[in-house]
Design a protein around this ligand. Structure first.
Ligand SMILES: [Zn+2]
Ligand SMILES: [Zn+2]
Length: 362
C-alpha cells in the first residue's frame, strides 16, 4: 500500500510502497477513502513534539471501508464504513467503564498495536503507526476499538474529519465544558479544532461566540462557521476586546492553538466562575503561568481537553447524524483536496494558515 512516511523530523515526508500485514486477533484492516491533514501530525513532522518514533506513517483523522477483520472481532464486519479513532481503549479499565475511554489505562505502546508490534514494514524494517491509526496510507490496520462503524449514507470523505478535528472541537464544547444555551464563549485559534469549537458553540446555543486569531483569512472561516464577533489579536488586545464585548469576560474560553500566550490570555479572558478549556498542546517542555489570585477567589476553572473527552462509539455516529440533519458543517471546512503524493504541500499550506482543512483523498 502507498503511504506517506516520516523518516526524520524536520524533513519532508516520503511516499513509499509500505508492506501491510493482515490484522491479528482483535484488529481490523481498513481501505482508506480520505484523511484530514491535522496540526498534530504537522507538529510531529516539524519537530515541535519530541518522542516521535521513526519511520512512521502519520495521519490521525480518516475514514474508510473495512477490508478484513482479524479473529475475535465482533463490532464491525467486512464492508462496514468506519471512522478511525486515534484513542484505542480496552473497554474494561476504571476509566473505560465510567465513560471516560480517552483516559484508558491500557493503551497500546505509542506507534504500535496492543501486542507491541507494528503491522507495517518497509524493506523489512518496522514502520510505526502515528496515533495508532496511521491514516496517511491507502490501507491501515487498527485495533477494533479504533474502527467506529457509521451509517452508509454518510459520505466517507467528509466523515474523515470527524476522526479528529471535528470531534475534538465540537465535543470540547458539548462534553468537556458542557456549555449551556445563552452562555458566552471565546475561541482562541481558528484552525481545524477552533473552527469546530465554534460549531460546538452554535450547536449548544452559545452567545456571543467570539473568535480570536491573528490571521484575517482564518477569522473569515470562523465567521462562516458561526462566530458572532471576530478579534484579530495582532491588531488589538484580545482580553480588552473580549471585556468590551462581554463586560466581565466570557463564561467559557477555549484554547485551540498550541501556544502558551494564547492559553494565558484565554484564562484571563474568562469572567469570575468561568471555565478555560485548553485543547491545543504547545511544544514539548512549555510552561504556562497564571495568577493564583485570579484562579482561587473568583473560582475560575482551568482544565484540559483531550479528544473532547469523546466516547467515540457514541459521539462519531452522533456527529454524523448532526451533519446529515444540516446542523454540523463539514463541506465548508474542506478547503483543498490532495493526492497522497502532495502531502508535503498539504503541510506547507496548513502551516501557512491557508486552509481550514486539507483533505488527502485516496
Ligand atoms: Zn489530529
Ligand atoms: Zn481502558
Amino acid at each position: 500500500m502507498r503511504a506517506a512516511v516520516l523518516f526524520e523530523q524536520k524533513k519532508p515526508l516520503g511516499v513509499e510502497e509500505v508492506d501491510l500485514a493482515d490484522p491479528r486477533e482483535g484488529e481490523v484492516m481498513v481501505r482508506m477513502v480520505a484523511s484530514g491533514v491535522c496540526h498534530s501530525c504537522l507538529h510531529a513532522a516539524d519537530g515541535s513534539w519530541t518522542n516521535v518514533k521513526v519511520p512512521m506513517v502519520l495521519g490521525d483523522e480518516g475514514a474508510g471501508v473495512v477490508e478484513k477483520v482479524g479473529p475475535g472481532v465482533k463490532s464491525v464486519a467486512v464492508g462496514d464504513h468506519v471512522i478511525l479513532s486515534w484513542a484505542p481503549s480496552c473497554g474494561r479499565c476504571r476509566y473505560c467503564v465510567t465513560g471516560r475511554p480517552v483516559l484508558c489505562e491500557r493503551r497500546p505502546p505509542a506507534g504500535c498495536m496492543f501486542d507491541g508490534t507494528t503491522r507495517m514494514t518497509l524493506r523489512g524494517q518496522p514502520v510505526y503507526h502515528y496515533g495508532t491509526v496511521a491514516t496517511f496510507g491507502s490501507m491501515t490496520v487498527v485495533p477494533e476499538s479504533c474502527a467506529i462503524p457509521i451509517r452508509k449514507d454518510m459520505p466517507l470523505d467528509r466523515a474523515a474529519l470527524i476522526g479528529c478535528s471535528v470531534t475534538t472541537g465540537v465535543c470540547s464544547v458539548l462534553n468537556v465544558a458542557q456549555v449551556p444555551a445563552g452562555a458566552s464563549m471565546a475561541v482562541f485559534g481558528t484552525g481545524g479544532i477552533g473552527l469546530n469549537a465554534i460549531q460546538g458553540g452554535v450547536i449548544a446555543g452559545a452567545h456571543p461566540i467570539i473568535a480570536v486569531d491573528v490571521n484575517d483569512a482564518k477569522l473569515e472561516y470562523a465567521r462562516a462557521l458561526g462566530a458572532t464577533h471576530l478579534v484579530n489579536g495582532a491588531r488589538e488586545d484580545a482580553i480588552e476586546a473580549i471585556r468590551r464585548l462581554t463586560g466581565a469576560g466570557v463564561a467559557y474560553s477555549f484554547v485551540a492553538v498550541g501556544d502558551t500566550r494564547a492559553a494565558e490570555q484565554a484564562f484571563e479572558a474568562t469572567e469570575p466562575g468561568g471555565t478555560c478549556v485548553v485543547i491545543g498542546l504547545p511544544p514539548t517542555g512549555s510552561r504556562i503561568s497564571i495568577d493564583p489570585g485570579r484562579l482561587v477567589g473568583p473560582q475560575r476553572v482551568l482544565r484540559g481537553s483531550s479528544y473532547g473527552s469523546a466516547r467515540t462509539f457514541v459521539d462519531f455516529p452522533r456527529l454524523v447524524d448532526l451533519y446529515l440533519a444540516g446542523k454540523l458543517k463539514l463541506d465548508e471546512l474542506i478547503t483543498r483536496r490532495y493526492d497522497i503524493s502532495e502531502v508535503n504541500e498539504a503541510f506547507r499550506a496548513l502551516a501557512a494558515g491557508e486552509v481550514a482543512r486539507g483533505l488527502i483523498v485516496f
